[in-house]
Design a protein around this ligand. Structure first.
Ligand code: CP
Ligand code: NVA
Length: 304
């Protein structure tokens, strides 16, 4: 296992499945792991807001017998009040691991390079690997096997889309990104994923017609149209993305037993209607809960 958890593609299929196995055991037998990281401390650096990531890392480390310390944007002011290097060299002497949510992906990479302790990516502009891990654990719980599955992500080719493609490529799940022209996933991310998919046989593709994308999908996934840091573009994006709204009509093209997923927070009435997110087939809160279990397994593997 690597020192850090920065992106899904850094891990092999076997390592990912081992994390899922441990997460499932932690979910079923919470008490068994109550002292697994006894006395260990995790720093939580946030440069963007969060509900799920903050809560699940905080509660997760406590459930393993450890502690967390929350460092808000105002406290660290990464790269301005103090350089990434200096923050890394300080914190490695004080805590046992760092979870960081920030803007540029290079910041988590630099932190991982400078610090001797594990760094966990809690979302960058480029990727959201803990989210994809929770999502694929959820898919495994519901569908029981990854074989032959197709996931269609409808919307912006963003951080979440990149991590879902990475997980699909490793685990052999076909991933179709249905997005407007000009909002495709990052080219490098796409090429890396295509290369990784050769081994698993997963089909990774980009289409611009949401109906075409959703046809034959077992999982329909969406995310906000304007991510954190893109607030100024929100109004313009609403016009462009409206044809990509996941509503009853779009869901009707998916397989009859398709599930709906969303990393949350959701902008109801924009990327998804209430009728879809509140439907029986929506598993959004199961995904959110699985953040806790899968991150406990990741923390344990890196910090034990
Ligand atoms: N899905 C997710 O990461 O949620 P938060 O932004 O609330 O942490
Ligand atoms: N793409 C979203 C995900 C939030 C969890 C964002 O970066 O804001």
């Amino acid at each position: 296992m690597k020192k850090d958890f920065l992106k899904v593609l850094d891990f092999t299929r076997e390592e990912i499945l081992a994390i899922f196995k441990l997460a499932q055991d932690m979910k079923a037998n919470k008490k068994k792991y109550a002292k697994s990281l006894e006395g260990k401390t995790l720093a939580l650096i946030f440069e963007k807001p969060s509900l799920r990531t903050r809560t699940t890392f905080d509660v997760g480390i406590q459930q393993l017998g450890g502690f967390s310390i929350y460092l808000s944007p105002a406290e660290i002011n990464l790269g301005k009040r103090e350089s990434v290097y200096d923050v890394a060299k300080n914190l490695e002497r004080m805590v046992d691991g760092i979870m960081i949510r920030t803007f540029g992906h290079h910041i988590v990479e630099d932190m991982a390079k400078y610090a001797k302790i594990p760094i966990i990516n809690g979302l960058t502009d480029y990727s959201h690997p803990c989210q994809a891990m929770a999502d694929f654990l959820t898919i495994l719980e519901i569908k029981e096997d990854f074989k032959g599955l197709k996931l269609c992500y409808v919307g912006d080719g963003n951080n979440v889309a990149h991590s879902l493609m990475g997980a699909g490529a490793r685990l052999g799940v076909d991933v179709t990104i249905a997005c407007p022209r000009g909002y495709e996933p990052n080219v490098i991310a796409y090429l890396n994923v295509k290369e990784a998919a050769k081994e698993s046989g997963a089909k990774i593709e980009i289409v611009h017609d949401p109906v075409e994308g959703v046809k034959g999908a077992d999982i329909v996934y969406t995310d906000v149209w304007a991510s954190m840091g893109q607030e100024a573009e929100a109004e313009k994006r609403k016009q462009i993305f409206m044809p990509y709204q996941v509503n009853d009509k779009l869901m009707s093209y998916a397989n009859p037993d398709a599930i709906f997923m969303h990393c949350l927070p959701a902008h109801r009435g924009e990327e998804v209607t209430d009728s879809v997110i509140d439907a029986e087939y929506s598993v959004v809160f199961q995904e959110a809960e699985n953040r806790l279990h899968v991150q406990k397994a990741i923390m344990y593997e890196l910090m034990k």
